[in-house]
Design a protein around this ligand. Sequence first.
Ligand SMILES: O=c1ccn([C@H]2C[C@H](O)[C@@H](COP(=O)(O)OP(=O)(O)OP(=O)(O)O)O2)c(=O)[nH]1
Ligand SMILES: [Mg+2]
Length: 160
Amino acid sequence: MSATALKTENAQSNLVVQIKRLPHGKGLDLPRYETELAAGCDVRAALDASLTLKPGERFMVPTGIAIAMSPGWEAQMRPRSGLAAKFGISCVNAPGTIDADYRGELKVILINHGKDDFVIERGDRIGQMVFAPVFQASFEEVDELDETVRGAGGFGSTGV
Ligand SMILES: O=c1ccn([C@H]2C[C@H](O)[C@@H](COP(=O)(O)OP(=O)(O)OP(=O)(O)O)O2)c(=O)[nH]1
Ligand SMILES: [Mg+2]
């Protein structure tokens, strides 16, 4: 499918995201797609001063933004592969879940899995948001579930 066709489909999916810049996010670039068909848009560290993550340490890094998206969507806060591959930096809760009704500041819960100190400066791109559709289930309590071939087998039951 061509890029234009994909873009048209996206437009039809009707996702609108409002972004509010918080006071400590002033002057930072807002999230944007770095390439034409990028899935993720990077978020930046809204730190006052540089922050050092020692090996094994984690920190909830502020982004200086809050968002409101169309109902029926979520944002996933994911690690950036460059930081992961080069420095062992990841998100503790990857992928983080941003609920459509959350109006607080977006934060990225970074962890240093590397062997060296990792320094984060204000404005560094520390994570990426991917928007995805959400389906909410209707839960129905029952006494018995239907039988299947798999049954309760899992966790490697079909072999390695
Ligand atoms: O990486 C993340 C994950 C979550 N959040 C915010 C948005 C999300 O809507 C809210 C709650 O996240 P989650 O449901 O994962 O956390 P919880 O521990 O279940 O908290 P709560 O009881 O507030 O739902 O925290 C972030 O800013 N970054
Ligand atoms: Mg929750």
